[in-house]
Design a protein around this ligand. Structure first.
Ligand code: NAD
Length: 489
């Protein structure tokens, strides 16, 4: 908690000049103040200024200069790699602070954030290693015999816009890969959870990256929209809701600005008739409601064979009822509050819709009596959900899970694919080859067999309305590259 308080103080000191432009904290003018509220206590932690349009103009101009005239895109990959390794080392030294800040801003439990924060330096290390031998210049031969060099070049000035649930990990997927490619950045973190982006900014400055390579502006949707439409931006990399993603895609289309989108999900857990329940539950319970269900890849629909429906539902509900809610800084707590008051309102409205449409509320559904401060909500399970119901179709982004029934494999595949999303999924079966062949029929960007896996070293992203493009893995680097063919004849 002490490290979190110190991090809040650092940002409070910069509250009147909250934008990082050319390695200097500045901007803010007389724009309105934005609030940061602790989700578990409702304490007002911090107020800071939103960026002005002029701040965004100056941040984009700084990134533009650093890209068009600065050393960063022109460095040998080995030199950029060494700089990114320095960033990774500095972030590693601050891991306990990163975990506390994630917990304090978001309400994600400390046991989880301690483990998951390792991805932040991990992403910088991973891309720093990758560019050491990435084929940025590839020699090919035409059928006529003459040579062509296919060159991968950085796409340019990137705007990165991120949500509040895993603020720094999601930002680093973009920044680590894009910097490795040789791009420069203007980032706009979520207005509700801006604190850990300051730690990243400090590490980047301390690691000696040239001024203007990494810039940051503050604000919400309106400033994000101004940034996305800025003529100085070459690429927009967005993580957030599908609604905002569509608006951003539309704005980018006007100038054909490149864009990649990591959006919402309604991922399914497919329980096959041969699944071993004792190994299903330990992964299904935490990954159906990670960060109080506020993770894009949460397994929020559980598809169960009719013959095993009651057995799986009872086992799951039993486990969910034992989940310990409480102070996210307490090591014993398994589920913290929702991050925002408006998010709790949203979850409550979906619970009401579920009941109205005829789903059976088996457990949860309200605010826990023992937590009258903070945006707490009970883990909630609906049974007898059918595919067309709103709670089976729309992303709730809270601890609400729907159980659906299927009769045969054809109806399983149909139900699994019956939403507009296609982000992730899981299949549980004792037969990995059967599960793999089923995975090929599911329209989603990733699927985990008998467990849960999302790994920074593998591509992650959405089919359908869950997004465009991939982050993580080699594909994550290629998100920030443009291809140029140079005919040598
Ligand atoms: P949001 O879309 O409301 O906001 C995300 C970010 O975009 C914020 O910084 C916001 O200020 C900005 N923004 C919103 N509208 C914008 C616009 N028109 N132009 C430019 N910027 C805009 O999402 P949220 O409520 O912060 O986050 C929750 C959503 O994020 C969920 O739908 C969740 O599934 C999604 N998400 C997706 C992934 C993924 O990797 N696929 C990961 C985490 C969260």
């Amino acid at each position: 908690m002490e490290a979190f308080r110190k991090a809040v103080e650092t940002v409070q000191v910069r509250a009147g000049a909250p934008c990082l432009i050319d390695s200097e904290w500045q901007g803010g003018g007389d724009r309105p103040l934005l609030d940061v509220i602790a989700p578990h206590s409702e304490e007002l932690l911090l107020q800071y200024r939103e960026a002005t349009h002029e701040d965004v103009d100056r941040a984009v101009a700084a990134a533009r200069r650093a890209f068009d005239h600065g050393p960063w895109p022109r460095m040998e990959p080995a030199e950029r790699s060494a700089a990114l390794k320095r960033v990774a080392r500095l972030l590693s030294e601050r891991l306990p602070e990163l975990a506390e800040v994630w917990t304090g801003q978001v309400g994600a439990v400390i046991g989880f954030t301690r483990k998951a924060s390792g991805q932040v330096p991990g992403l910088f290390d991973f891309y720093a290693d990758m560019i050491q031998d990435y084929p940025f210049v590839e020699q090919r031969t035409r059928s006529s015999g003459s040579a062509v060099r296919v060159v991968s070049e950085p796409v340019g000035v990137c705007a990165a816009i991120t949500p509040w649930n895993a603020p720094l990990v999601l930002l680093c997927y973009k920044v680590a890969a894009g910097l490795a490619a040789g791009c420069t950045f203007v980032v706009k973190p979520s207005p509700e959870t801006p604190i850990d982006a300051h730690i990243l900014a400090d590490c980047i400055i301390q690691a000696g990256l040239p001024a203007g390579v990494f810039n940051m502006v503050t604000g919400g949707r309106a400033i994000g929209d101004y940034l996305v439409r800025h003529p100085g931006v070459d690429k927009v990399s967005f993580t957030g809701s599908t609604v905002a993603g569509k608006a951003i895609a539309g704005a980018c289309a006007e100038r054909l600005t490149r864009f990649s989108l990591e959006l919402g999900g309604k991922s399914a857990a497919l329980i096959l008739d041969d699944a071993d329940l004792s190994s299903v539950l330990p992964s299904l319970v935490p990954y159906s409601m990670p960060i109080t269900g506020q993770v894009c890849f949460s397994l929020t629909r559980v598809l169960v064979p009719a013959s095993r429906y009651d057995e799986v539902l009872d086992g799951y509900v039993d486990a969910v009822r034992k989940v310990r809610l409480g102070d996210p800084f307490d090591d014993q707590t398994q589920m913290g509050p929702l991050t925002l008051k408006r998010q709790r309102d949203r979850v409550e409205s979906y619970v009401a819709i579920g009941q109205k449409e005829g789903a059976r509320l088996v457990t949860g559904g309200g605010r826990p009596a023992e937590h009258n401060r903070g945006w707490y909500f009970e883990p909630t399970v609906f049974a007898d959900v059918t595919p067309e119901m709103t709670i089976a179709q729309e992303e709730i982004f809270g601890p609400v899970v729907s159980f659906l029934r299927y009769d045969d494999e054809a109806s399983l595949v149909e139900q699994a694919n019956a939403t507009s999303y296609g982000l992730h999924g899981a299949i549980y079966s004792v037969d990995p080859e059967r599960a793999f062949s089923l995975a090929r029929r599911i329209r989603s960007g990733s699927i985990a067999l008998n467990g849960m896996a999302v790994d920074i070293e593998m591509p992650f992203g959405g089919f359908k309305q869950s997004g465009i493009g991939r982050e993580g893995g080699r594909e994550g680097l290629e998100n920030y590259l443009e291809i140029k063919s140079v005919y040598m004849a």
